[in-house]
Design a protein around this ligand. Structure first.
Ligand code: NAP
Length: 289
């Protein structure tokens, strides 16, 4: 039986994997978060992996507070870089394949064509820098698959979709940035892709390296907000503003669109259009009320 460890399981992506896991009866999942398994603690991590002999480790754990990272630098480094080094050591001990998740923030956002995996990285924030360093640690291990994603949302946790739903029901008008472009990504779709990669890797070659994954299509945060507010018929006007009019501590890439040909062709993955997945997530949120 294939044994899979999921770290950071209380987050958006970890919860989506947990939700899908009953559909994979031949696999044994172990879902952990910092309370059970702190990935910054090398000794406990190695003990845990040694005892359970995992075939795959999916690292969903991360320091994701992008603005707070600008001042909590040490903690961001510990979780996003040093803990990935720990995961590599623990994975190597039991010969596990490491699936590590990274971010569009490793790029400077100055491109004008969708980013390929080998485009030079140039992180502009502490979060981006620590995630880039984490990627470098993961890449030192020959059995790691790194998936960069962007603009993640889910029915779980806090994210842009939930913030827009809340603010849109409290206010008559919302001002949202229109000069940052990316691809909203439903964490459920990323979880499906990760599980598909595992099923294609468990008895075959490890196609290690970096891959890009987001939903298909392109939007600004303004477009994303507009679609959310209008789909649920909230009585709120969405107005476009510029990044300079909404200053935040961490610099965001203004262009975060990925070229996803590599993941689609290597693993025969079909990726849904962003609005299709957004409506699916919104329907789930509406029906769960
Ligand atoms: N969210 C996005 O928009 C986005 C965009 C691009 C890439 N990504 C990447 O995608 C991945 C998944 O993101 P997500 O949105 O699912 O993240 P998330 O919701 O913030 O979940 C991360 C989880 O990791 C846990 N964690 C933190 N430190 C830990 C430690 N030392 N040991 C074990 N667990 C720990 C967190 O617990 P606490 O909450 O208690 O800290 C949280 O439950 C991350 O690698 C992230 O960098 C996210």
């Amino acid at each position: 039986m294939t044994k899979i460890l999921v770290t950071g399981a209380n987050g958006q992506l970890g919860n989506e994997l947990n939700k899908l896991s009953p559909g994979y009866a031949n696999w044994q999942f172990t879902f952990t978060d910092v309370d059970v398994l702190d990935i910054t603690d090398l000794a406990s991590l190695q003990r845990f992996c040694d005892k359970n002999k995992f075939d795959f480790i999916i690292n969903c754990a991360a320091y994701t507070a992008v603005d707070k990272a600008e001042t909590e630098i040490g903690l961001a480094i510990k979780i996003n870089r040093d803990a990935v080094k720990n995961l590599v050591l623990a994975a190597a001990d039991c010969n596990a394949i490491l699936i590590h998740v990274s971010t569009d923030y490793v790029f400077d956002g100055k491109a004008c064509m969708p980013y390929l995996e080998d485009h030079p990285i140039a992180p502009q924030s502490i979060y981006g820098k620590t995630k880039a360093e984490g990627e470098a640690e993961a890449l030192k291990y020959g059995r790691s698959i790194i998936i960069r994603t962007a603009w993640l949302y889910s029915t779980f946790g806090n994210n842009f979709v939930k913030t827009m739903l809340r603010l849109g029901s409290e206010r008559n008008e919302l001002k949202v940035i229109y000069d940052q472009i990316g691809s909203p990504t439903y964490a459920e779709d990323l979880a499906v892709a990760i599980l598909s990669i595992i099923s294609q890797t468990e008895n075959g070659e490890v196609k290690s390296g970096v891959y890009h994954f987001s939903n298909e299509g392109v939007a600004s945060w303004y477009d994303f907000a507009w679609e959310i507010i209008n789909y649920v018929h909230l009585n709120c006007i969405v107005k476009p503003i510029e990044t300079k009019d909404y200053p935040l501590p961490a610099k965001r890439p203004s262009y975060s669109v990925f070229n996803k040909t590599k993941i689609k062709s290597t693993f025969s993955i079909e990726i849904p259009y962003w609005k299709t997945s957004l409506y699916k997530c919104l329907n789930e949120l509406i029906n769960s009320k």
